[in-house]
Design a protein around this ligand. Structure first.
Ligand code: CMC
Length: 426
């Protein structure tokens, strides 16, 4: 294909700008030289802006395609475990069996928290949201790991930080819930897998034995795989931006967790279940669909729509199948909340407004339902998303620091405030 060129005329200024092209996907006009002409680009929400080059994840919203390091999400979800994906995202290739053993052992070894961290948990109010606790505790790990093993310019140190984060975030997430519940902290166990460990830390106790169910573990593993990475979304861009100043990785990931928490991003799964319990009754679905379409009402159907996927969210298709498997296995098909969810899905899929605007159920519509069925409390839904996305965040953080051309993120603005004026004598 001939090299694309961009020609921009700004008043009398005529500029030929280079076009950056990836291996696949859209071209991007390289506007980085515009600032030397005193011109900026304006793109609120960054819909038309590629902030970086990246070789980790590719999303084709039109086709509904998601690739990690070239591998389609459908194949990864079928053939891999979550830790394979975490390894792939960071290192570029799936691990062979030796690499997998080493990586899995490292994750197990790092899954314990420094005992002093329990004091940080205890500083929170009992009714704090687990995401608030996670932001605080993950950020506070920067006070534990800032020594000679933590030079962000050193690849081995970045690998170690990434492993510590992937290993410890599930423990922090489970303990955030235990703390809000007043339950004792359950420690990770050597003999359990990554997903089994999280479920055990969530649901067992001194006198409660959690019985592992392979269907539940598999469904949980799918949730983690499908949420592991999704290129430059709000939280990943936040991690990159914070990391661009050379900040401590635990502080970067805490910022990512904070960004993920919002209902327009990772908070959508929790918001979906909240919405379902508010709708309560199948007879009230019509009323809520009407509200979602009403421009004067800011209510939106949570779990529907996506900035990038305008035809299908490939993750949603996989999660939907898992959702049906789990509802069958647990005998929950006739549970009112799940019946309501499936009815709402059908009605919205046939409604003109949703069809025309290409608003399909996204992954979080189904992951919320699956997590509810697994007994994970609503307040933990986004925390589970955060522990999965930690794998993607650390991979992007590492990639950004590996790229010699990376520099500190420093967007500009269009100032619309008052012109210069004197301070009156008060
Ligand atoms: N319910 C009703 N109307 C909607 C919805 C919805 N869920 N989503 C979008 N619309 C309408 C919106 O009002 C707008 O209408 P109009 O063109 O008449 O002004 C049009 O569809 C386009 O919406 P938008 O807000 O410009 O689209 P966006 O790409 O900026 O927003 C979104 C994407 C995901 C924030 C949005 O669809 C939404 O708020 N969905 C509900 C929250 C949700 O489920 N979020 C999870 C996203 S998936 C998880 C992740 O990857 O983080």
């Amino acid at each position: 294909m001939a090299k694309l060129k961009a020609n921009i005329n700004v008043d009398t200024l005529n500029l030929n700008l280079p076009v950056v092209e990836g291996t696949v996907g859209y071209p991007a006009i390289d506007v980085s030289s515009l600032h030397s002409h005193g011109i900026k680009t304006f793109d609120p929400g960054f819909s038309s802006t590629a902030e970086c080059t990246s070789s980790i994840t590719f999303v084709d919203g039109g086709k509904g395609e998601l690739l990690h390091r070239g591998h389609p999400i459908e194949q990864l979800a079928e053939k891999c475990e979550f830790l394979d994906i975490a390894y792939l995202l960071f290192n570029g290739e799936l691990p062979n069996s030796r690499e997998k053993t080493i990586f899995t052992n490292a994750i197990k070894e790092h899954s314990l928290l420094h005992d002093q961290l329990t004091n940080i948990f205890r500083g929170f109010r009992r009714d704090a949201h687990p995401m608030a606790v996670m932001v605080g505790v993950v950020g506070s790990m920067s006070a534990f790991y800032f020594d000679e093993t933590m030079k962000v310019g050193n690849l081995n140190h970045r690998k170690l930080s990434a492993q510590r984060l992937i290993a410890k975030v599930p423990t922090i997430a489970a303990w955030s819930f235990a703390y809000s519940n007043g339950s004792p902290f359950v420690y990770p166990k050597e003999e359990l897998s990554y997903s089994e460990n999280f479920l055990n830390m969530m649901f067992s106790g001194p006198n409660i034995k959690y019985l592992q169910n392979p269907i539940i573990t598999k469904a949980f593993e799918k949730i983690l795989i499908l949420h592991a990475d999704h290129e430059q979304n709000a939280s990943t861009s936040t991690v990159r931006l914070v990391g661009s100043s050379g900040a401590n990785p635990f502080a970067c990931i805490a910022a990512g967790i904070a960004s993920l928490w919002g209902p327009a991003h990772g908070g959508a799964n929790e918001a979906t279940l909240k919405m379902l319990s508010e709708i309560r009754n199948e007879r009230r679905i019509g009323e809520y669909i009407k509200r979602a379409k009403d421009k004067s009402d800011n209510f939106r159907l949570m779990g529907f729509g996506h900035r990038i996927y305008k035809n299908k969210d490939p993750r949603a298709i996989i999660m939907k199948a898992t959702c049906h498997e789990v509802l069958d296995e647990l005998g929950l098909r006739n549970d009112p909340i799940f019946k309501l969810a499936l009815k709402l899905e059908n009605i919205a899929l046939e409604d003109d407004y949703f069809v025309k605007k290409k608003l399909y159920p996204n992954v979080d519509f189904y992951s919320g339902i699956v997590m509810k069925a697994l007994g994970i409390p609503n307040s933990m839904f986004t925390a589970v998303f955060a522990l999965a996305r930690t794998a993607g965040w650390v991979a992007h953080w590492n990639e950004m620091l590996t790229n010699e051309k990376s520099k500190i993120g420093r967007p500009r603005q269009i100032y619309t405030g008052k012109l210069r004026r004197d301070v009156p004598n008060l």
